[in-house]
Design a protein. Structure first.
Length: 151
């Protein structure tokens, strides 16, 4: 009976919304606040040291990028992850594989070659026959391994 009392006392609440970030500065999370504050500070520097036209032209993209970083999500992922994936795509090496397939000869240029018939006692193994044999060995029967065997 005492064990049942101990088990009842060990109940804990499990956090329900662990994916939601805490709001630290008003309705903004810490990341959102840092993005917006950094962009705001950069825009203030532009306006303080540059001509008004240049400051406006430079501030608009900076403010747009900061707003996208703070609020925009692509398929449920933050915009910073999309930017990182794009940057990695353009900077990393890419591996391209190409299987060269020879173009079939046109009927006007290629005359049909006469087929050589091998004598009955000898078997000539060609590349095509070898690939067909490998394919037939790789393909499993529809009914499983036991269905292909006959007793």
């Amino acid at each position: 009976m005492r064990a049942a009392g101990i088990l009842k006392q060990m109940e804990y609440q499990v956090p329900q919304f662990i994916e939601v970030e805490d709001k630290l500065v008003g309705p903004l999370t810490l990341k959102q606040f840092i993005y917006l504050a950094g962009a705001g500070g950069l825009c203030v520097i532009f306006f303080a040291y540059l001509n008004l036209i240049f400051a406006i032209l430079l501030s608009i993209p900076v403010a747009g990028l900061a707003a996208a970083l703070a609020f925009y999500k692509v398929n449920g992922k933050p915009f910073i992850e999309v930017l990182e994936a794009g940057f990695n795509y353009y900077t990393r090496g890419k591996l391209f594989l190409w299987k060269h397939e020879a173009a079939p000869p046109s009927p006007a240029t290629a005359a049909p070659a006469p087929k050589e018939i091998a004598p009955r006692g000898s078997s000539k193994l060609t590349r095509g026959k070898l690939s067909e044999l490998a394919w037939s060995l790789d393909v499993k029967p529809v009914g499983g391994a036991a269905a292909g065997r006959e007793s």
